[in-house]
Write a protein that binds this ligand. Structure first.
Ligand code: SAM
Length: 282
């Protein structure tokens, strides 16, 4: 019986991802949201969704064993800066960096405390990531609330759990419409590019995932980031209550009158323009 030699390489000239994971002992850790993509066709599709990468520095959060990182590089990213918290992944990532001299920089650290704008410097930047599910929304919120606007990045191409993706693109009145939908719609054009089934990952998560692509509005709806952040936090913090109740800490009826919004309405019925009016009335 013939066995496939372990040295057989993938199309990019590097070892297959399963072999990389085995060689470096990268057993997935749940606490780090580790669900690795092993299919280079799929990671290629994510890289293509990000658009033309030839003149871009791509910032990737959580490269893990490097499946998406490799796709970004083979799809022509000028440079990739990858931020990884798990130091066990560093030797595998170093192999990729050696394969693409001068094009991959690895930063070991926590993306939640990383200054992305400083990493981007002044070069055209796109952010692409298969995000750890436990910090994904916090990272997205930070990117959406960036100041000044338009931001330092030209697009975000991000994998989330399908349920989170639906919240990002939800319109007013939809059950998934909430703080994330307001912040995304206020500052970006966001759409779900495609779904990814659990079996595409190792280990497979319990739910379907989706890739979301967000492009910053060049002329965002007018509201200060800090104000819209505060208003949406209160309004959706008690989403079943009338706004005159949920917005009491911010002025309640007085604030709503100033913004010309009926205080008996609930947060999920307000358009993004109306949230901007509330924010501007604070
Ligand atoms: N990009 C790889 C892929 O697609 O196969 C791995 C994606 S996995 C869903 C998430 C990755 O983010 C893991 O490698 C994990 O170690 C890393 N990670 C988790 N929390 C992080 C944090 N706070 N900062 C940076 N990386 C983090």
């Amino acid at each position: 019986m013939s066995r496939r030699p372990v040295t057989e390489l993938a199309a990019d000239g590097l070892p297959p991802l399963r072999a990389v994971i085995e060689e470096h002992g990268l057993a997935a850790r749940k606490s780090l949201g580790q669900n690795f993509l092993l299919d280079l066709n799929l990671t290629g599709r994510i890289a293509r969704t990000a658009g033309d990468l030839g003149r871009y520095t791509v910032i990737e959060v959580g490269p893990g064993p490097g499946g998406l990182t490799r796709a970004l590089l083979t799809h022509g990213a000028k440079r990739v800066i990858a931020i990884e918290r798990d130091e066990r992944c560093l030797p595998a990532l170093a192999q990729i960096a050696a394969h693409y001299p001068g094009r991959l920089e690895i930063v070991q650290g926590d993306a939640l405390t990383t200054d992305f704008e400083a990493l981007a410097s002044t070069v055209p930047t796109r952010i692409v990531a298969n995000l750890p599910y436990n910090v994904g929304t916090e990272l997205l919120t930070g990117w959406l609330e960036a100041e000044p606007w338009p931001p330092y990045y030209d697009s975000l191409t991000l994998m989330f759990q399908r349920e989170v993706a639906e919240r990002i693109v939800a319109a007013p009145g939809h059950s998934a419409y909430g703080r994330l939908g307001v912040l995304s719609g206020w500052r970006t054009h966001a759409s779900i590019a495609f779904d990814v089934p659990p079996q595409a990952f190792w280990p497979p998560p319990k739910v379907t995932s989706s890739v979301v692509h967000l492009e910053p509005r060049r002329e965002p709806l007018n509201a200060r980031a800090e104000a819209i952040s505060r208003v949406t936090r209160h309004a959706f913090g008690q989403r079943r209550k009338m706004l005159r109740q949920s917005l009491k800490p911010l002025g309640g009826a007085t604030l709503l009158d100033k913004a010309g919004i009926d205080g008996t309405r609930r947060a999920e019925t307000l358009t993004i323009d109306e949230f901007c009016r509330l924010a501007n009335s604070l």
